[in-house]
Design a protein around this ligand. Structure first.
Ligand code: 5GP
Length: 226
């Protein structure tokens, strides 16, 4: 059994993955990881999803999400403007296609933070994408994090826990699992994985590493256990 914090590889060694998907149950800490990465490693472009969910306090339109109406969402979906979309606990979420395609065309590494249903659609649409599952250290910890969010009603928390149970069961569909023991460690592991696309397969030395600010300096691709 692997120690907590050690990546678990599911589908053989990751290949060249310009598009990385970070998924996992709600409240596992995905958004904390991506907001930290946005600061320490802006070279990794992050998609801003559209959602019909109302903003939580502190969220800004265009930063965490673009908050749109059901009608606007329908129109985007009908035009084929969404790379993937899903309904999550009553609200709709989707990844605008054009900004992702534009980054990938220019060779910019891109990161999506989306739910498991969306990750499956990206797998089908972009076969080379690297799918990363962020797992909680334990179920009890996930419950604690979800219940500790003061932004949701008891009913919403119960529904999100139910969804989380189903999402945890999907772990094996992903290329790799990172256990969220610390935000810093997960950021380092993610940067290492994303940098690995430019790594020398034999030596593991990053040739075209992504330079991050000092907080993440020293990050190197680590060969993952089969
Ligand atoms: P929250 O409402 O907590 O911000 O997000 C709820 C769930 O929706 C989270 O699991 C989050 O990762 C996911 N999510 C956010 N944006 C997208 C998206 O564009 N597409 C999909 N499929 N899921 C998303």
């Amino acid at each position: 059994m692997l120690a907590a914090g050690q990546p678990r590889l599911h589908r053989g060694a990751p290949g060249r993955a310009l598009l990385t998907v970070l998924s996992g149950p709600s409240a596992v800490g995905k958004s904390t990881v991506v907001s930290r990465l946005r600061v320490v490693c802006p070279q990794i472009w992050q998609s801003v999803s559209v959602t019909t969910r109302p903003p939580r306090s502190g969220e800004q339109d265009g930063r965490e999400y673009r908050f749109i109406s059901e009608q606007e969402f329908d129109a985007m979906a009908a035009r084929g403007d969404l790379l993937e979309s899903a309904r999550y606990v009553g609200y709709r979420y989707g990844t605008p296609r054009a900004p992702v395609a534009e980054r990938l065309d220019r060779g910019v590494p891109a990161l999506l933070e989306i739910d498991v249903a969306g990750a499956r659609q990206v797998r089908a649409a972009v076969p080379g994408a690297l799918l990363v599952f962020l797992a909680p250290p334990s179920w009890a910890e996930l419950e604690r994090r979800l219940a500790g969010r003061n932004t949701e009603s008891a009913e919403t928390i119960a529904r999100r826990l139910e969804a989380a149970r189903a999402e945890l069961a999907a772990e094996d569909e992903f290329d790799i699992t990172l256990v969220n023991t610390s935000v810093g460690d997960v950021c380092k592991q993610l940067v290492a994985l994303i940098s690995a696309q430019g790594a020398d397969a034999e030596s593991g030395v990053v040739r075209q590493g992504i330079s991050c600010n000092s907080e993440l300096e020293g990050t190197r691709w680590q060969r993952l256990r089969p």
